[in-house]
Design a protein around this ligand. Sequence first.
Ligand SMILES: NC(=O)c1ccc[n+]([C@@H]2O[C@H](COP(=O)([O-])OP(=O)(O)OC[C@H]3O[C@@H](n4cnc5c(N)ncnc54)[C@H](OP(=O)(O)O)[C@@H]3O)[C@@H](O)[C@H]2O)c1
Length: 275
Amino acid sequence: MAKTILITGASTGIGRSTALYFSEKGWNVAATMRTPEKGADLSDYPNIKVFKLDVLDETSIKKAIDDTIRTFGDIDVLFNNAGYGLVGAFEAMTQEQIKKQFDTNVFGVMNVTKAILPYFRERDGGTIITTTSMGGLITFPLYSIYHGTKWAVEGFMESLQYELRQFNIRVKNIEPGAIKTEFENAIEFVSMDVYKDYAPKAHQNMLDGYKNAPTGEVVAAKVFEAANDNSFRLRYAVGGQSPMLLFLRRVIPNSWFFAMVRNVVEKGVVKKSMG
Ligand SMILES: NC(=O)c1ccc[n+]([C@@H]2O[C@H](COP(=O)([O-])OP(=O)(O)OC[C@H]3O[C@@H](n4cnc5c(N)ncnc54)[C@H](OP(=O)(O)O)[C@@H]3O)[C@@H](O)[C@H]2O)c1
């Protein structure tokens, strides 16, 4: 019987690429999204069904899981992928913006994960794959809150894997570098006057990193590897600079790593009292 993956945030980017990739490999795909009209064309594929799921709405999560099981008979893999970036000067961000970022990127992942666990326990196994980021293990300027969410998910999943192993439930994190998707367009950038010499330029330097970035297919292939390698391996770095930067972070002193990041991201930034 064909296996089934349920993907969150499948309207664009990595989620959509993963839906198409798994479908080509013969999997059943529940491509879930908060606005199903955005991915309506995915329903043209015989083994893809589009369901409504907003990671902030627990009723929609439960319904999408039930609909997937009713349609395909099973769920083998949950792919927690929905997310976006709140970027800029921390001081300038409202509590509402910060809360929405954590709600989506952290509590959204927890909501969907919690909803699938009883089903995975009952069927004696399953795989939970989550798009964290290389930014779940390293940091860049202006991404403090986004990193806060991704580091939270890395820690959450790293701990969760221990208690779920007894139920044959695998926990896997996909850690992409810069990937060409809608992510950069969806970034919510926030600044204020006192950061005017720093934030816009540093932000632009970060965005420049997307210019030659690979597309979502490279991540989709890595998700496929994680779904099929029958291992309990937790981390999969993929795309652009991710494997190299994560390696460097492990082997060089923090101060060298931070200097390297400043050199790249603060290039052209007006250097006033920056030491
Ligand atoms: N692109 C990168 O460089 C990069 C690097 C590392 C990690 N990531 C992570 O990869 C994941 C996918 O991002 P992407 O690059 O593919 O960007 P994307 O093209 O903007 O896709 C993001 C997806 O998340 C969905 N989403 C946002 N809020 C949601 C909610 N409340 N409920 C359900 N879906 C929601 C979006 O839906 P709508 O269409 O409705 O907005 C969209 O489908 C994110 O978790 C992101 O943090 C991206």
